[in-house]
Design a protein around this ligand. Sequence first.
Ligand code: NAD
Length: 356
Amino acid sequence: VITLHCRPPGERPTEILVGDGAAASLPARAARRSVFALVDERAAAAAAALVDPGWTALRVPAGEDLKTLSRAEAVLRAMAGAGLDRTSLLVAIGGGTVSDLGGLCAALFLRGIEFWVVPTTLLAMVDSAVGGKNAVNLPEGKNLVGTVHPPALVAADPALLSGLPPAELRSGLAEAIKVAIGLDAALFERLETEAAAIQQGQAAALLPVVHRCLAAKVAVVAADLREDGPRRLLNLGHTLGHALEARAGGALPHGLAVARGLHFALDVAADLRAIAPADADRCRRLLAAYGHARDPLPPLAELLPFLRRDKKVAGQAIAFVVPTGIGRSDVRTMPLRELERRLQAQTAASEAPGGT
Ligand SMILES: NC(=O)c1ccc[n+]([C@@H]2O[C@H](COP(=O)([O-])OP(=O)(O)OC[C@H]3O[C@@H](n4cnc5c(N)ncnc54)[C@H](O)[C@@H]3O)[C@@H](O)[C@H]2O)c1
């Protein structure tokens, strides 16, 4: 098991355990504390050995429907009912929706108790478990209500992914591709050369992918927890991605939406001559190799309400991340009108006969 540390200045540090059996030490580490475990019901069987019989465990159905203020209230009431105090801790065992809800509840209960995460989806392992952001959705948009409450401990064990449905694996791999394109050329090469074993979900093949993604995330989060600087690079593919995801109302897995957003970001970068054509093509080939096509876009009018509420919008402009090479990216300030014009062109192009 490898240990990483994320230490944003002035903030609570996160210890990250990565590898086979990474979560096995949790019950011993939590000894003598009252523990509230929020457990994804689909991951419950895989995670059974991690949940100490002395903990209060609440099983929940994962998915975007879980990320609501009324669900948060139900969890907070269960925490109060379990008699938790300020020394207690909340452990989220599940994918990104469970850890987003769990992180918010840990941040709010008694103005903040300790939070641990055991990610059980690849997406949560490579992305959402680390970084401290949590949020629930409003009908007006995704992730509109949340806090920054970094977990004290994250235990990422790829063996927990063995029962993950292939679509969820593909969704998580899209986030790994995002990290590879935007931040990590060595990961990019690994994703190219090991594509078959990685896509089969072999734990041994996934482990270095998880490790590199976590290391990349730790580096940017430690430098910029509040997302004013380099952390914004993690939003590569997420401008269009979040709008597609919000429009689909939970029917489109996060990573698949991000993958479509990556195609768009590559198109924008190529158009701005921010990336060499050969590099852009290599990125497109990697996306295609992992089953992420440049699918037709829905009409712009259906995306606009979500694009305009994007957290990256400031005034009439948006901080848009463009890939600038293999493992490199940059933040550009783009007027919203320009973004809309570029999307409009794509929507029209994707509706033209044969023009995907
Ligand atoms: N806070 C952050 O920094 C951050 C970053 C990225 C994404 N997110 C959020 O994460 C969410 C997406 O996370 P996700 O893709 O993990 O979704 P999810 O939590 O809905 O999990 C996806 C599916 O996998 C199932 N599942 C989980 N573990 C399993 C296992 N071991 N075996 C079988 N099935 C299992 C779940 O029940 C669910 O059906 C989105 O809401 C997104 O906004 C947050």
